[in-house]
Ligand binder design. Sequence first.
Ligand SMILES: [Zn+2]
Length: 312
Amino acid sequence: MKKTAHLRRLVPLLAAACLLSPLPIKAAEVSSWPAGQERRISSDDSQIQRELSKFAELPNSRPERLDRYAAWAQLYPKRKAEAVVFQVNLDLDREFYETPEEAADPANLMVLVNKHNILPADYVPELEALGADYGSGALRPEAAQAFRAMAGAAREDGVTLYSVSAYRSYSRQANAYNRYLGQYSRKTVDTFSARPGHSEHQTGLAVDINAASRKAHFEKTPAFAWLVEHCAEYGFILRYDQGKEAVTGYRFEPWHYRYVGVETAQSCMKQGLSYEEYLGLQPESGEEPGLTPAFMPESIPVSVMEGESIEV
Ligand SMILES: [Zn+2]
């Protein structure tokens, strides 16, 4: 009901946007509408409303993104509504860093921090040192406990896990990012280093394990194999996987893990979903179950990370 009401409010807005947009939904249908005149719901609107309903009816549609779904569908008219909604939920209709949204609740364990979502510069989570046996740094208490439990279980399997980088403040991230800018172009730096405020390390929920460098080839180690198999049991996910670059905005980082809680982690790891994809499939109402990957469109563009070869 709520969605329908929102849809009704949006129709005149969208019709107005069509007059201004270079990609009108149905230019002919709205071109006779004189600017500034009160708009009444007519049969023309019902066409637009029908278009929008296709998006609004999907369980994972976001009412505040209906206009973006419509615009994306205009660009890719052959894509199904499911694909349109999912891709816009992933912010694929926006350039990285174009219009970042500040996290409304930075302390939420499920917080999404990426190139479209930013943390306040002064946000500092509650932190707990991991302890000398577990490498350097601190995480939020929930994540710190989970990390120690995970490292303990790995040790029993003969695998050593330790943190090489955990929480990082806004200013520390700014220093790191700027240092890389002295070595590489911004375009290249953006493929492996987050701009300040956009780093998951500032959440206190992300940790680099055993390595933080491509040169180390961590993906070829038994520790990596162990993590892929078991990290979800402790609430962690491999955050920047291969093949997900267009969604996450980063090159493959086999060492970077994010704490999201056991249930979500198992969902992501079992289904091979990036965190963005997992969230993009979640229904608007928490009462409905998450959608399955079968619902996912096949046509997600996968960009090859460009830029000079890097040694970091
Ligand atoms: Zn990292």
